[in-house]
Design a protein around this ligand. Structure first.
Ligand SMILES: [Zn+2]
Length: 247
């Protein structure tokens, strides 16, 4: 049964004081039997293009085991943003775009966020939106108007609103067919509830950090899921939504 981490990072994070090396990513995947990971730069990166290159190098070294997600501050020069999206998707074969509402200080509803959703539509990839800490921009409900505006773009809410806003993430996913929930930093009982109420096809496993992998894996292993629910949440949904060619 495939195990896919839909949300992890590579590189330095000046915003949150985190550093994740290639070795750490690989060791975490080995230790916890993760078949593939979707990797993105941290927010607060002055040169996200360089991290995109590092992710591309990782993908080339381990084909089918890593997939790239673009993460750039949409408040930057629009031409630079669009050019980099095009490069990452057409040349580096990245599979999605992250909007870090908190780290990029950007509301999903702002005019500056238009380019994120327009690019996703143009290049036919999902958008992952940070939700949870960082209110008001990170409120899960702010994804609802965008999901309606871009019905063909799958939107994945990172952290499912985290602990505090899980119910609001539930409403967003219930209201919009194209909203899905990634569950890192979400309580185990809330993950169980989301799966029961929304269906396993809406939920994706993610770690956010290699050190958080065992915690997130344990949640899924201890909430009494059926084999079919586990199969969908832990891998099949990521393959379907991000169109992954896993090894
Ligand atoms: Zn993250």
């Amino acid at each position: 049964m495939l195990k896919i981490d839909a949300h992890t990072h590579l590189g330095d994070c000046k915003t949150f004081g985190i550093r994740i090396s290639e070795d750490e990513l690989l060791q975490g995947m080995e230790a916890y039997h993760i078949d593939a990971s979707i990797v993105q730069p941290h927010p607060g990166e002055d040169h996200p293009e360089r991290v995109h290159d590092d992710i591309a190098a990782l993908i080339e070294k381990h084909p089918g085991r890593f997939f790239g997600m673009i993460s750039m501050n949409p408040n930057m020069d629009k031409e630079r943003y669009r050019k980099e999206v095009e490069r990452c998707i057409t040349r580096l074969k990245f599979v999605g775009i992250k909007l870090h509402t908190f780290g990029h200080v950007t509301s999903p509803l702002s005019a500056n966020a238009d380019i994120v959703f327009e690019s996703a539509k143009e290049f036919n990839v999902p958008v992952m939106i940070h939700t949870g800490p960082g209110v008001p921009f990170s409120l899960p409900s702010l994804a609802i108007p965008r999901a309606r505006q871009y019905p063909m773009v799958p939107i994945v809410l990172a952290h499912s609103g985290a602990i505090t806003f899980v119910s609001e993430a539930y409403v967003a996913a219930k209201e919009c067919e194209n909203i899905y929930l990634e569950t890192s930093w979400c309580g185990a009982h809330r993950i169980k509830w989301l799966i029961a109420e929304l269906g396993a096809h809406k939920i994706l496993f993610g770690s956010d950090l290699p050190s958080n992998l065992p915690v997130e894996i344990t949640k899924y292993e201890t909430i009494g899921l059926t084999e079919e629910q586990t199969r969908q949440c832990r891998g099949a949904n990521a393959v379907r939504i991000f169109n992954l060619k896993v090894r």
